[in-house]
Ligand binder design. Structure first.
Ligand code: CS2
Length: 486
């Protein structure tokens, strides 16, 4: 017999082992708007909101899906309830009640603007991935991006998150409503200030006074978010349904570890963050640099090297002793020197803890998922460590190898016809098809992509040589013999 579906009216039938909202959902009010209703948001920020709601009813979330209606369609019959599986042995399930509604932007623009305009909306968060910011390689807003060009002409009928934020803030400004805080939860260095500059630049094209208001009066704190969130699959749906006793079409999963650090600005001091485990910090850059270069840098290295070596998940790749050793040395010898210790933060311990997280067998995190959008990720995750190494004349063979592995991965996809999930897929596949397995030639083809590899870096002989050497040693199947004894 098919179990009943998770919803407000079936919650009483939930297995006793599953935690459920300990607050009256109907008494909660929406004070938080979120762009990007994907798994990471539902596993991370919505979890913290759920815990805030236990003590303060103002923090129900209105989530906006920018493109697809899939999440809305899965959760609507469930009153937007879903299960979060915290992966450990055994997994811990909890039903999250923080989502009030899911708006699908293209068809529900007026409802999104109503939330953006509402004085009760004090917090706007985003998880739209690196490419959602429509930035150029130098981190500034790309006015040639089709969505930005469209939104500047659109007179409110916007489709990018930059357009939504600028238009939402314009409406508040016009009605003298105090601004909300805008909290980027994506893996970009200085995510707050970067987004702040992009929204201000967009607004300046429409109204200089609005741009000045955004620049001076709207807060865009820096943040660091961290929790490994493997994509939802049929396996998770089946497990959650079996363990909870209720059918859930949209569960999410993440590792037990979760971290959220927000820059301590007055505009974010609106909720009792400390009570739910969120850290407010004066200097977030220590955390965000370490997160991007260690957790995300190692992830990307493992993804490309691991896929070449025939692995499917991070935990599997970590069981490959040569690969694990290579990534560990990359972190300790090539990345760590670029990070500063601060207060209780100690780089060596952070690396140790990160590798331990990667080894957790219950977290089946697909390397193919991490391999997405390499053209947007590598410049933020690996290149800053390379630049820091070059500045102090330190060698960086494993960082170079990881970049070469990305090139080999792209070539493999081009030759095998597997396609690529990347905003630059067309250009990358064309470069991949033109490769001849001659290291200098092939590497030069990729390094010519200026919005990934800044000209000065691509022209540096030390850099070109290191990547070509990595590429040569790696071959097409990920041999590590050049950097580690096989
Ligand atoms: C991963 C991240 O998919 C990826 O590129 O590196 O999603 C990573 O799992 C998270 O940032 C961890 O917090």
């Amino acid at each position: 017999m098919k179990p009943p579906r998770l919803s407000d009216s079936t919650l009483a039938q939930l297995s006793a082992a599953v935690a459920q909202p300990r607050y009256a959902r109907e008494a909660c009010r929406v004070g938080w708007l979120h762009f990007g209703a994907g798994a990471f948001h539902r596993a991370h920020q919505a979890y913290y909101a759920d815990r805030l709601l236990e003590r303060d009813p103002r923090w129900a979330i209105s989530a906006v899906a920018l493109h697809s209606s899939a999440v809305r369609d899965a959760l609507a019959p469930q009153n937007n309830l879903y299960c979060l599986a915290e992966l450990a042995e055994p997994a811990q399930l909890r039903v999250i009640g923080a989502l009030r509604e899911i708006l699908v932007a293209p068809s529900e623009r007026p409802a999104v603007f109503a939330r953006l305009e509402a004085p009760e909306t004090r917090l706007v968060t985003l998880t739209v991935t690196e490419k959602g910011y429509c930035l150029r390689g130098d981190g500034r807003l790309d006015f040639e991006h089709p969505d930005i060009a469209h939104d500047l002409r659109a007179d409110g009928a916007v489709r990018s998150v930059i357009g939504f934020l600028a238009e939402g803030l314009r409406r508040r400004y016009a009605r003298s409503v105090a601004p909300f805080a805008v909290v980027s939860c994506d893996n970009l260095p200085d995510n707050g200030p970067t987004l702040h500059a992009a929204v201000t630049a967009f607004a300046a094209q429409r109204d200089p006074a609005l741009a000045r208001w955004i620049e001076h009066d709207v807060s865009f704190p820096r943040t660091m978010v961290d929790s490994i969130t493997p994509a939802t699959d049929a396996d998770l749906i089946a497990r959650v349904t079996a363990e909870s006793g209720l059918y859930d079409a949209g569960p999410v999963q993440r590792e037990r570890f979760t971290q959220w650090v927000i820059e301590d600005l007055p505009a974010v001091q609106v909720a009792d963050w400390a009570a739910v485990g969120v850290t407010l910090a004066r200097d977030v850059s220590v955390y965000d640099r370490a997160k991007l270069r260690v957790v995300n840098g190692a992830h990307s290295a493992l993804a490309y090297l691991g896929l070449l070596r025939g692995h499917a998940t991070v935990a599997e790749a970590m069981c490959d002793p040569r690969l694990a050793h290579c990534v560990e040395r990359m972190l300790r010898e090539e990345v760590a020197p670029s990070l500063r210790a601060s207060g209780s933060f100690e780089v060596g311990a952070y690396i140790e803890a990160t590798l331990e997280r990667f080894r957790t067998p219950s977290v089946r995190h697909q390397l193919a998922q991490i391999a997405w959008d390499g053209s947007k990720k590598l410049p933020l995750r690996l290149l800053p460590s390379v630049v820091a190494a070059m500045a102090t004349a330190r060698p960086f063979p494993r960082l170079a190898l990881s970049l070469a592995a990305w090139m080999r991965f792209v070539i493999g996809q081009a030759r095998g016809g597997g396609g690529l999930t990347d905003p630059q897929a067309e250009r990358l596949l064309a470069i991949g098809r033109a490769c001849t397995d001659q290291p200098e030639h092939d590497v030069a083809g990729f390094l010519a992509l200026e919005d990934i590899f800044p000209r000065e870096l691509a022209d540096a002989v030390v850099f070109r040589t290191a990547v070509a050497q990595g590429y040569r040693g790696l071959g097409a199947n990920g041999s590590l013999s050049d950097v580690e004894r096989e």
